[in-house]
Write a protein that binds this ligand. Structure first.
Ligand code: UTP
Length: 230
């Protein structure tokens, strides 16, 4: 009896903070290790899309442009350029620069394994990754930045802040600051949180520097970080 055996592919979107990829300067070793993980997981039918953040280069350029009087929208546009510069590095390391281009609009994405940066002013790449996860019907969204997870308050301001292993939707919306400003750093932007909650996207927040931990999270094993409970 012939017949097709459906191949089960797990789809993951990783929001990869620019703070890990290129802050203070390009982190070649990290990029190579990340790409190595992506290519290895591909062979195990786990397809990873990456949305790359702007990191220091985005913030430096935004600050300078703002000091010259540029509008917030224009500063956002500058931030988007920085995210695409960083995304270009991941695409280069994946060896996919010849056949792929960086999508600029989530709605036009048809692939399960894209590399992209920002899209439009008014949000960060966290929101883009949530939109992408919703568009490609991803099984999991991983927010990977340089902090270990979601804290009950900003750990940079409050040393007594506690990292939460699980966070519910109401609590999440309470923790996140609502207003967008170019270059602002919050663990997840408000738009991302709303998309995650509305579309019930399985989401983990963890430190992207620890790739072994990220791989454990992707494979459903116990990991260090925060799970958004929907
Ligand atoms: P990031 O997504 O990098 O912001 O976008 P971030 O939260 O600082 O993330 P890290 O530091 O990389 O982890 C950088 C800036 O680019 C603009 C915003 O101004 C944002 O703060 N941006 C980015 C947009 O306006 N739209 C986008 O879709 C993406």
């Amino acid at each position: 009896m012939g017949g097709l055996i459906a191949q089960i592919i797990m789809k993951v979107v990783v929001s990869l903070g620019g703070s890990i990829v290129a802050s203070p300067s390009i982190n070649r070793n990290f990029i190579l290790s990340y790409v190595d993980m992506v290519l290895r997981l591909k062979k195990e039918d786990i397809s990873i899309s990456t949305v790359v953040g702007g990191g220091k280069i985005a913030r430096d350029y935004i600050e300078a442009a703002r000091s010259f009087g540029a509008s917030e929208e224009f500063c956002d546009e500058i931030g988007i350029l920085a995210t695409r510069m960083n995304a270009s590095l991941i695409l280069s390391a994946l060896g996919e620069w010849a056949e792929k281009r960086i999508p600029v609009d989530v709605e036009k994405v048809e692939d399960d394994n894209v590399v992209m940066g920002g899209t439009l002013p008014g949000h960060t790449t966290d929101a883009v990754s949530a939109m992408l996860a919703s568009k490609i019907k991803a099984d999991l969204l991983i927010n990977a930045s340089n902090v270990d997870g979601i804290y009950d308050k900003d750990p940079r301001e409050f040393p007594e802040a506690i990292m939460l292993l699980r966070v519910g939707s109401k609590e999440l919306l309470g923790i996140i600051k609502g207003e967008h400003m170019a270059g602002i750093t919050t663990i997840l932007d408000i738009k991302a949180a709303k998309i995650i909650i509305r579309n019930r996207i399985r989401t983990f927040v963890l430190n992207g520097r620890d790739l072994e931990n990220m791989e454990r999270a992707i494979k459903g094993k116990s990991f260090n970080g925060t799970e958004v409970v929907l």
